[in-house]
Write a protein that binds this ligand. Structure first.
Ligand code: FES
Length: 476
């Protein structure tokens, strides 16, 4: 992700980078190399320390250490530690050939993926990924909504500009955008009031079409319609990607992100719900939580009766991301350090993972709330039985299923398949099938029913039960 910095009095470039959120894993000792930035514009002189830490090739390519960077003018840098392993998708999908190029966009709360596609062959010509620049105004959806109420229109302008820059300059015949309901409203410039209070139902959930000149993009765009309630077109595209709407037997789809969505259905009908899972699986509301970047514990194992962690980037641990959190809880349960009720059993009420990184009782509680909501949602919607569970999104791709089953996030008795970036693939399938797209979207909208979980007393009962950190079976 790019960052533009202008000189300020009594502030070095290192200060400005740090203030902008670049992390210095070794505390700026110039020892770890984890603060690497690549200079795209401007001049940042190479110091002796940088020569020790970076290879000749890296220096030639513009890489510098942020922690000892100095500059007297404007610089634009790319920050390596913000380059998340963002899930893209290039699977072959059915195509109705037409001339020109198009693009699809997965507008996520945390990450953005843009794919440019050859409309004649269906080939993916280019992929751009970035962090959502809105993230600096809040990690979760509610804080974005609060910011939008204070500064109407700003987040929408920001995201349209960022995505426009990622699309490149080639003329595009059509761009399809998929995202959750909040991203939909912010992008389309819609009033978000209704999304900030119960029952969280907005009257403007439809698809929106924009001419290229309205967005200053290289082609016209459509933001695909939300499915309903708090469930957006990212999940709608997940239904398309998994083919749920045409399958004879029911399957389930989990989309675990800053919000958690559960969908169950087949050609006979689809039910869906959003759960107040909260951002725990993305490291949110967890004391030592962080996104899956440099310094994050992303997996935890038990070896020789002790906890052993893997840290992204190999340096010192700075926190724990979602997949590490699920693993850590499973290991804690296995070692008897966490009871099935979520209680930490040791005297200091902490689960130490690495030097300076531990989970507290309230972290475990957040995890229980999040996983309990997803599991209870699945049990409610899948009461009639399902044959497979598709796991959408990055988290679904990276969690260890064994750990997720051990703490009762995933059921014991259901085959689970990572669905990859199903939002992106579903959007590409819709882009490449222009003649059948309107009918398919209409059919999915008609056959789908929103279930308001919170209003159902059975859900409250199940939710309490599913907060246990214990294995469970969907069928009895
Ligand atoms: S913070 Fe470790 S090298 Fe810069």
């Amino acid at each position: 992700m790019k960052l533009e910095l202008l000189p300020r009095a009594r502030r070095t470039l290192a200060d400005l980078l740090f203030e902008a959120g670049v992390e210095f894993p070794c505390g700026g000792e110039s020892a770890c190399g984890g603060c690497k930035v690549r200079v795209l514009e401007g001049d940042v002189p190479v110091t002796a320390t940088m020569r020790d830490a970076l290879s000749e090739d890296e220096i030639r390519e513009g890489w510098r250490l942020a922690c000892c960077a100095l500059s007297t003018g404007r610089v634009v840098v790319e920050v390596e530690q913000w380059s998340l392993p963002v899930l893209t998708d290039e699977a072959r999908v059915p195509i109705e050939p037409r001339a020109g190029q198009g693009a699809v966009i997965d507008l996520g709360t945390t990450t953005l993926v843009v794919q440019v596609v050859d409309l004649t062959s269906g080939e993916v010509l280019g992929v751009e990924t970035a962090l959502n620049p809105q993230a600096r105004y809040g990690a979760d959806l509610m804080s974005r909504l609060q910011y939008e109420l204070r500064q109407p229109g700003e987040l929408g302008r920001m995201i349209r500009e960022a995505l426009g820059g990622m699309l490149g300059g080639e003329p595009l015949r059509e761009v399809l955008v998929a995202g959750n309901t909040v991203m939909h409203h912010l992008f389309c410039g819609l009033d978000v009031q209704a999304l900030t209070h119960a029952p969280f139902v907005s009257p403007t959930l439809g698809g929106y079409r924009f001419a290229d000149w309205e967005l200053a993009w290289p082609g016209p765009a459509v933001f695909l319609p939300c499915l309903g309630g708090f469930v957006g077109s990212d999940v709608l595209c997940g239904i398309v990607a998994t083919g749920m709407d045409a399958r004879p037997r029911p399957r389930a789809l989990f989309d675990i992100g800053t919000n958690g969505e559960v969908v169950v259905g087949s050609a006979q009908g689809i039910v869906y719900a959003s759960t107040a899972a909260g951002p725990a699986f993305e490291g949110g509301r967890i004391g030592a939580g962080m996104r899956a970047g440099t310094g994050a514990i992303d997996s935890v194992h038990v070896r020789g009766g002790a906890i052993e962690c893997h840290v992204i980037g190999g340096g010192a641990a700075r926190g724990v991301c979602g997949s590490g959190l699920v693993d850590a809880a499973a290991c804690g349960v296995e070692l008897g350090l966490i009871g099935a009720n979520g209680r930490l059993t040791n005297a200091d009420k902490r689960l130490a993972l690495a030097e300076g990184v531990a989970l507290t009782q309230s972290d475990i509680r957040e995890l229980q709330l999040a996983k309990g909501a997803m599991a209870a949602g699945l049990r409610m919607l899948a009461a009639g039985g399902v044959e497979t569970l598709d796991l959408a999104g990055a988290f679904g791709n990276y969690i260890r299923q064994a750990s997720a089953r051990a703490i009762g996030l995933l059921p014991e008795d259901l085959p689970v398949e990572p669905a990859g970036n199903s939002a992106l693939r579903g959007a590409r399938m819709l882009l490449l099938a222009p003649s059948t797209r309107p009918a398919r979207l209409k059919k999915i909208a008609e056959m789908s029913r929103h279930v308001e979980l919170a209003a159902d007393p059975d859900f409250q009962y199940l939710y309490a039960e599913m907060m246990a950190l214990a294995r469970y079976r969907l069928r009895g």
